[in-house]
Design a protein around this ligand. Structure first.
Ligand code: NAD
Length: 498
């Protein structure tokens, strides 16, 4: 190609990677080599090949990053007028849009997800910066009426240094939805992306500084949960933790936070129900189910992993779903397939284990149910889109998060039964309801325990709509204006003036 600039997708298709990907931590506004000199491989799940190396961080790197964030919190960032923070976040959104394709291709290489979806994630991340850019100068308190002899008011202050622990399934969008409100309130951040998908967090750090963020305000340390994540959440100079990941790790993060009484938002797993009542528009419901469970090969905390369908429309729904699934093509994320790979061989084995055990129990496997490969190369960690039919409420395919392209179908006798089934698992992240009766829709929205309910369009809403879970799905809310509260300390001041 002799010096001719290629677009990022063509470059990745031709070379299997992108030139110039970051391979160090980003601390105090600069690239910093790992203290112990150790590196890790980044693997493309679509073909199992190493496409980049990155720094394997440890407690010494975390100490540096937290110290840099603490210093920055006391500096220029703290003195900047709120509208100045807003201008930087707006500029970050603009730069992210300008570089969107490179970010999306890096995300596809790292996570395996389809480029179409990665583009959507990057656009969503840009929206997060744009949305919270407008919030910086609107963090207003209240005045409190105590009568003529007193003046009382509240102020909202940044909490200080906020840690972000990010999972591998939505790397850039999960990070952006945490970092943008944290910065909008005036905090500094240390982020630890998942070891499977570190690239876009590092690229974002560089971009934020190009947008004008002072050095040290946003730092990224890459590496494993054990070596880099654990020392970050246990660090006494961290004032807030946003953890997105599995329940078991969330519980250990909560224990670490307890030692320092650190504020905490936990975004954990889910086993979210999509309820289809007998009067639903079945075509819309089929679209909702397919997008809800097969996007990102089902590796979505808020996946529609359970279809709870009224007995009267069960056969019709299943027939339509199976017909649509039969047409789905698997393939590398950079191609034009309908579904990409799973993140790792371990994850694929885990998914296969659930399906194999279900089959052995005599569960009906309506379609799919086997490991697969990219039909073009024979490589990659794919699994067929799968439907398990007519499951009992206590079946492990219903109660456990599979985190793969496996839909668990449950049959309900009526709307009340559907609610009882929906609320039966220990998770309560999101839920979907499909019905043409709006009164019923809102009665179900009230009766189902979930942080977010989608009516007649699964995943309806965006950065504006608060998101988070109840029970084992965690606590605290991200997105929307609600997210700003996590990153602010409210102070009330009362003065005698008369
Ligand atoms: P995970 O818990 O294994 O890892 C998540 C992150 O935590 C990674 O960055 C990892 O390195 C880090 N980590 C691991 N051990 C740690 C420790 N002891 N201390 C601090 N950090 C540590 O989860 P995963 O397998 O990467 O992600 C899948 C899980 O995440 C699923 O259960 C999914 O439902 C959940 N998830 C939830 C949401 C949500 O918003 N609720 C979003 C995405 C994913």
């Amino acid at each position: 190609m002799g010096g001719v600039a290629r677009n990022p997708r063509d470059e990745a298709l031709a070379t299997g990677t992108l030139a110039g990907l970051p391979n160090a931590h980003f601390i105090d506004g600069a690239w910093v080599a790992p203290s112990a000199g150790r590196m890790m491989d980044s693997v493309d799940p679509g073909n199992g090949k190493v496409f980049a190396r990155f720094a394997s961080g440890d407690a010494a790197d975390i100490d540096k990053a937290v110290a840099s964030a603490r210093k920055a919190f006391a500096g220029e960032w703290r003195r900047m007028v709120p509208a100045g923070r807003g201008r930087i976040l707006a500029q970050a959104a603009a730069l992210l849009r300008a570089q969107a394709e490179r970010f999306a291709v890096a995300e596809t290489l790292d996570s395996g997800k389809r480029l179409l979806e990665a583009r959507g994630d990057v656009a969503g991340a840009a929206r997060a910066f744009e949305y919270y850019a407008g919030a910086c100068d609107k963090m207003q308190g209240d005045s409190i009426p105590l009568g003529p002899d007193y003046l009382a008011y509240t102020t909202l202050e940044p909490v200080g240094v906020a840690a972000q622990i990010v999972p591998w399934n939505y790397p850039i969008s999960t990070l952006a939805r945490g970092v943008a409100p944290a910065l909008a309130v005036g905090n500094c951040v240390v982020a630890k992306p998942a070891e499977q998908t570190p690239m876009t967090a590092l690229m974002l750090a560089e971009l934020l500084h190009a947008a004008g963020l002072p050095a040290g305000v946003f730092n990224v340390v890459t590496g494993t949960g054990k070596d880099a994540g654990a020392p970050l959440v246990a660090h006494p100079d961290i004032n807030h933790i946003t953890f997105t990941g599995s329940v078991a790790t969330g519980q250990s993060v909560m224990r670490a936070a307890a030692a320092n009484v650190t504020r905490l938002v936990l975004e954990l797993g889910g086993k979210s129900p999509l309820v289809v009542l007998d009067d639903a528009d079945l075509d819309a419901a089929v679209d909702g189910v397919l997008g809800g469970i097969y996007e990102n090969a089902g590796q979505i905390c808020s996946a529609a992993s359970r279809l709870i369908v009224d007995r009267r429309v069960h056969a019709a729904m299943l027939e339509r779903l199976v017909a649509r699934v039969a047409k789905m093509r698997l393939g590398h994320g950079l191609g034009d397939a309908d579904m990409g790979p799973l993140i790792s061989p371990e994850q694929r084995n885990r998914v296969a284990g659930f399906v194999d055990r279900a089959r052995a129990r005599g569960v009906s496997v309506a379609c799919g149910g086997h490991a697969a490969a990219d039909p073009e190369t024979g490589l990659g960690w794919f699994y067929e889109p799968t439907i398990l039919d007519a499951l009992k409420p206590d079946d492990e395919a219903v109660t456990e998060e599979i985190f793969g392209p496996v839909l668990a179908v449950q049959i309900a006798d009526d709307a009340d039964h559907a609610v009882a089934l929906a609320n039966f698992t220990r998770y309560a992240l999101v839920a979907g309801v499909y019905t043409s009766d709006f009164a019923r829709a809102h009665r179900l929205a009230a009766a189902i325990d979930a942080g977010q309910v989608y009516i007649n369009e699964y995943f309806a809403g965006g950065i504006e709509t608060p998101f988070g879970g109840n029970r084992h799905s965690g606590f605290g809310r991200e997105k929307g204006l609600e997210a700003l509260r996590s990153y602010a300390k409210l102070k009330s001041v009362a003065a005698r003036i008369g």
